[in-house]
Design a protein around this ligand. Structure first.
Ligand code: BG6
Length: 488
């Protein structure tokens, strides 16, 4: 297979911070399909540079990449042969015609056009690509979030994309779907016979999803302030994880079979209204504190953040999936910046034994799916301590966990999120990309929260940087007799 991968926004943050390192890893792992016929990576941006100048620019950027993922000089020289650069004024039809000529001249099997630009440029780029005929059957378009800021704007983007590209050509990235742990949720549930019979309300008491970040908004204050944690993390990443956990077994591994089931989950989520938002959703904003021993400023002191901003940097909420499998089981979602650690995980808490015969320790079994900083699985069980006997009336059971470390189990097979998604985009594997109806349904579900907040002058609750968010988030789960994982 041969390919052309065009990166619009080729000198931007996303391109050099995430995409180029991921492409380099894919190349290093021998996974880029370049053997027969080759591949080209074309960066497009507005300033004038030669291919060699662009290669030097990227080589400098690689200096910031973690050691194990840094190319040697010799590796970079070989990888850089794939890199090309082209200046484009994105409003100029003739520049798209030139791009089409460049692509057509070689006639690669696939052209993947990756929009890594500011989202306000998507409409013009899509329209121009369509007008230039750069939307043929061998072309795929990859779109990065944010895709809209509410249902209406997301629909508008989908309409514009849909005017030039079919649904199967438009790949919406949610990089959480590229994380290894998400593959493992699928593998665990549908590749093993053990869990699926238990994967329902009869055996599961609650599910919690935490995506905690220790970083603040950094230099993105102005951008972030218009978005907030609900749009930045919940509408997409957290809900995508929820769909993977709650969906029915798809009839096949086919992209639409999976996405149909995910859509059904989104449609089954309990809708919010003003009253339930007040009760079941907690928003917070960080204040100055310390993270990892370092003093850090509060959100309102961050660069480019308006002084009285009501933007939330933390959200915790309780919802339910209203169907036969999940009726009544609480799903708790939580995400925030400047929390105690970079830690993303899912805790599936099983019901306690119906009739305990051992005195002392009672503890529900838990399955912990770890996404970050490392991915892994822990199954928390109770086992006999051995030394004492139940008959003596002492505590006999003790918590133990089965701990699967995938880095140890598969040391040479580790693939990063963007690497996986880029390879899938090149190969036309769509199951890890979000379909427009999923994306719109996720917006539909978060909209009442946004509406309720806009009417509520109380604003977000303050929380100290370096903790786990406002106390109200703990109260939210405590109401059901539950606790967040760090409080268990
Ligand atoms: C992005 C958000 O989608 O995900 C960022 O816009 C966030 O605000 C990032 O920091 C988190 O991604 P990861 O992979 O580092 O958990």
């Amino acid at each position: 297979m041969s390919f052309d991968l065009v990166l619009f926004g080729g000198t931007g943050d996303l391109a050099w911070r995430k995409l180029m390192p991921a492409l380099f890893q894919a190349w290093r792992h021998g996974k880029l399909p370049i053997r027969n016929g080759g591949g080209r990576i074309l960066a497009v941006a507005r300033d004038e540079r030669s291919d060699d100048e662009y290669r030097a620019y990227i080589r400098d950027k690689f200096a910031g990449v973690e050691e194990a993922k840094k190319p040697s000089d010799e590796e970079f020289a070989r990888f850089a042969e794939l890199l090309h650069y082209r200046r484009m004024d994105l409003s100029q039809p003739s520049h798209y015609a030139g791009l089409k000529e460049w692509i057509d001249a070689r006639g690669a099997d696939t052209a993947v056009l990756f929009l890594a630009t500011a989202p306000n440029l998507f409409p013009v780029i899509c329209a121009q690509l369509g007008a230039a005929g750069l939307n043929g059957p061998n072309v795929r378009l990859v779109l990065e979030k944010p895709l809209g800021h509410d249902l209406e704007s997301a629909r508008e983007i989908n309409r514009i994309v849909g005017a030039s590209f079919t649904e199967a050509q438009a790949l919406r990235i949610d990089h959480y779907l590229g994380k290894a742990a998400v593959q493992n949720v699928m593998a665990l549930r549908f590749g093993n016979a053990l869990f699926e019979p238990l994967w329902r309300r009869d055996s599961i008491a609650s599910i919690q999803i935490t995506i905690a970040e220790s970083i603040g908004v950094g230099t993105r204050g102005d951008f972030y302030d218009k978005i907030g944690a609900l749009r930045d993390m919940v509408q997409n990443h957290a809900l995508q994880l929820l769909t993977m956990l709650a969906m029915e077994p798809p009839s096949s591994n086919d992209a639409d079979a999976i996405r149909d089931e995910k859509l059904k989950v989104l449609r089954s989520l309990k809708p919010f209204n003003a009253e339930t938002v007040a009760r079941d959703v907690v928003r917070g904003q960080y204040r100055a504190g310390a993270v990892g021993g370092q003093a850090v400023p509060g959100y309102l002191e961050e660069a480019k953040v308006p002084p009285r901003s009501n933007c939330e940097t933390f959200v915790a909420l309780r919802t339910e999936v209203q169907n036969w499998r999940w009726a009544g089981v609480p799903f708790y979602l939580r995400t925030g910046k400047r929390l105690a650690a970079r830690d993303a995980h899912i805790v599936v808490t099983f019901r306690e034994v119906p009739h305990p015969i051992f005195p002392g320790t009672h503890q529900a079994n838990k399955l912990v799916i770890k996404l970050q900083p490392e991915d892994g699985l822990e199954l928390h069980l109770l086992a006999a301590k051995g030394a004492t006997s139940a008959l003596q009336g002492h505590e006999m059971l003790s918590p133990v966990s089965l701990d699967l470390d995938f880095d140890k189990a598969f040391p040479t097979e580790r693939v990063g999120g963007y690497e996986r998604l880029l390879l899938d985009a090149l190969a036309g594997r769509l199951s890890l990309f979000v379909r427009s109806d999923e994306q719109e349904q996720a917006w539909r579900w978060v909209e009442p929260i946004l509406a309720a907040w806009s009417e509520d002058s109380a604003g977000p609750r303050p929380y100290k940087a370096g903790g786990w968010g406002p106390a109200a988030a703990s109260a939210l789960v405590a109401r059901d007799g539950n606790a967040w994982s760090e409080e268990m």
